[in-house]
Design a binder for this molecule. Structure first.
Ligand code: 9MR
Length: 583
């Protein structure tokens, strides 16, 4: 394999594939990162058929000049389907530009840029603006996706499951704005907290980078970076979800049933705040404590920062008194009316939430009592952060604070989790040397499931970025880049899994706002859930039952093709920090 700059090879290339035509697959066999490759980093493609061509070429898109030509570097085999693919490596091409990767009769555009993810990074954050509830989405900021305000949520009822002495069932409260959770129009505290928690945690790793992301939102001209303005919209909604009479936090604000595929202004169900839960309250505490620390640096937001901290402290008292209140919709529906049939975000183990809440309270207040609580609930291992298991967010916070030298204890905790994250990443790398799509993500059936792209693929990417931060070893940064390659097209289905990006993006997400607006293109910047072998929606059209092929780009597929704020948080945090790290 070598880098070529002349056209003298052209005659040879015309015959390059002729001997292998019997391997012609039924569809396009080229799998690449469709958004782009970093100029100085690894660039590979995977060809769906082993031995498809003797050699592959990269041509300059405008001149058709062949700039590189080479054989595949290895064969990769899927452990579940035993399909064989081959890996083509054109990393030696280091000139930014637009190219064509040619494999016999097939070709695909390849972009090489110093910062290929900038627009993606902006769009991943902008996606939250489109999810805003209870305010008009203006054409000035949203173009064709403008829409009037829906779900004002100024007359929300306290559900019988949520009543307290100060707020009996049927009390009318106002709980406006915030973001819709996902493809549905409800607003959930557990997932909101996770989303803001992940973004603000990673924000601390590269605030300078995030400050440069201009998303053109109504608040863009104020002193806050857009990322903080956007998080503030949902943080302010979250504050309204605390029962002021006792400090507990409602699990969610919801309709009794999911709406049909209609626009927000066509939704007329009564909305409720339902039962307080330990998970929601602890996640709320962690998020408010973290936010308080970040926003208090801005004069105009000192008051909000104090309010957030007060709310967290009050919620902490509730959580200490109610350490095991599970949100079980089945139990709730046995006792109360109206029945509630929307997303559950159920959880019954709270050590990880206590760990995260105490961690953030300690870092924000320096109070020893919270350090002791964090130590008492500290996770014994490193786990990818998910809405249901948040210890990973605490582990990340300790690594960050340890590196800032916040306190000797933070350094100790930080080093402990640093070693764990490195061990985790090493074991992933050791087990994926012959990776199917040349990515450390996507080689185990456990990597796939509901929301896997946000939770597991971006989660792997973030873990590699932490391993890189803690060790300075470039192999972890390289591994993180390969997770991005998987998301953006070098994968089994050939989809770029972010709406509005790549050659073959997801076009029909299970997303009411995108589906009901009569605009062909979905709202951009949204990461879909991704391949999910459980296929709970039982829709027709999944290409197979293999874990990495269990994805279908149709609106009905809520199990593989929904979008959600927590998955976009993964995208936003991972792609943002990655882009900040690659020089
Ligand atoms: O992300 C959630 C996933 O982990 C669960 O398996 C799934 C089924 O309970 O629910 C997902 O969350 C959904 C939520 O309950 C309601 N809004 C849409 C969310 C994404 O599908």
């Amino acid at each position: 394999m070598k880098t070529l700059t002349s056209i003298t090879l052209l005659p040879m290339l015309l015959v390059a594939c002729t001997s292998k035509q019997e391997f012609q697959p039924s569809g396009d066999p080229i799998r690449i990162n469709q958004v782009g490759y970093y100029t100085k980093e690894s660039k590979t493609a995977v060809i769906e058929e082993d031995g498809f061509c003797d050699t592959y070429q990269l041509k300059d898109l405008s001149t058709s000049q062949v700039v590189w030509e080479g054989k595949s570097v290895r064969t990769s085999t899927s452990p579940w389907s035993e399909k064989k693919h081959e890996v083509v490596d054109f990393s030696s091409v280091t000139k930014p530009g637009k190219y064509l990767l040619v494999a016999g009769n097939y070709s695909k555009q390849v972009n090489i840029e110093d910062h290929p993810y900038r627009a993606l990074s902006v769009a991943a954050l902008k996606a939250f603006y489109y999810q805003r509830s209870g305010e008009p989405i203006e054409a000035e900021y949203a173009g064709q996706w403008a829409r009037p305000a829906g779900h004002l949520d100024t007359t929300v009822l306290v559900h019988p499951s949520a009543e307290s002495k100060g707020r009996p069932a049927g009390t009318v409260i106002s709980s406006p704005r915030g973001w819709y959770d996902a493809g549905d129009y409800n607003k959930y505290i557990v997932n909101s907290s996770f989303t803001i928690g992940e973004i603000l945690t990673i924000y601390q790793c590269c605030p300078g980078y995030f400050k440069t992301l201009n998303t053109n939102i109504p608040e863009s001209s104020n002193e806050l970076p857009d990322v903080l303005d956007e998080m503030l919209v949902n943080l302010k909604w979250m504050l309204t979800m605390q029962d002021p009479t006792d400090g507990g936090v409602y699990h969610k604000l919801t309709n009794p049933d999911f709406e049909g595929f209609v626009m927000p202004t066509d939704c007329h169900q009564q909305r409720y705040v339902v039962q307080k839960s330990t998970a929601a309250t602890l996640d709320f505490i962690a998020t408010m404590a973290l936010a308080s620390r970040i926003y208090r640096k801005y004069d105009a937001h000192k008051e909000f920062a104090q309010q957030a901290l007060n709310a967290a402290m009050k919620a902490w008292s509730w959580a200490r008194l109610h350490p095991k209140v599970v949100y079980s919709q089945m139990e709730l529906n046995k006792k109360f009316d109206p029945k509630v049939n929307t997303g559950e975000y159920g959880d019954w183990r709270f050590d990880d939430e206590f760990f995260w809440a105490a961690t953030e309270l300690y870092i924000t207040t320096s109070k020893r009592m919270f350090l002791n609580e964090a130590a008492r609930h500290a996770s014994k291992g490193y786990f990818l952060p998910t809405w249901g298991h948040v210890s990973g967010l605490a582990a990340m916070e300790w690594m960050i604070q340890g590196s800032f030298g916040y306190s000797p204890e933070a350094e100790r905790f930080g080093n402990k989790y640093g070693k764990m994250v490195i061990a985790y990443c090493d074991s992933v790398l050791q087990n994926t040397t012959n990776s199917i799509y040349d990515s450390p993500y996507g080689n185990s059936p456990f990597n796939f499931g509901w929301g896997c792209l946000g939770e597991s693929c971006c989660g792997h990417g973030l873990s590699f970025l932490f391993a890189h931060k803690m060790s300075n070893d470039p192999k972890y940064l390289a591994a993180a880049i390969k997770c991005a390659d998987y998301l953006l097209g070098r994968n089994a289905t050939g989809y770029c899994y972010v709406t509005g990006f790549g050659i073959k993006p997801s076009m029909h997400p299970h997303h009411r706002l995108s589906e009901a607006d009569s605009i062909e293109a979905p709202i951009p910047g949204l990461l879909v859930g991704g391949p999910n072998p459980a296929q709970q929606d039982k829709v027709e059209g999944y290409p197979s039952n293999y874990p990495d092929e269990s994805y279908v780009d149709i609106t009905e597929s809520y199990a593989s093709n929904e979008i959600a704020i927590n998955w976009n948080a993964g995208l936003c945090a991972f792609i943002g920090w990655l882009d900040a790290e690659v020089k």
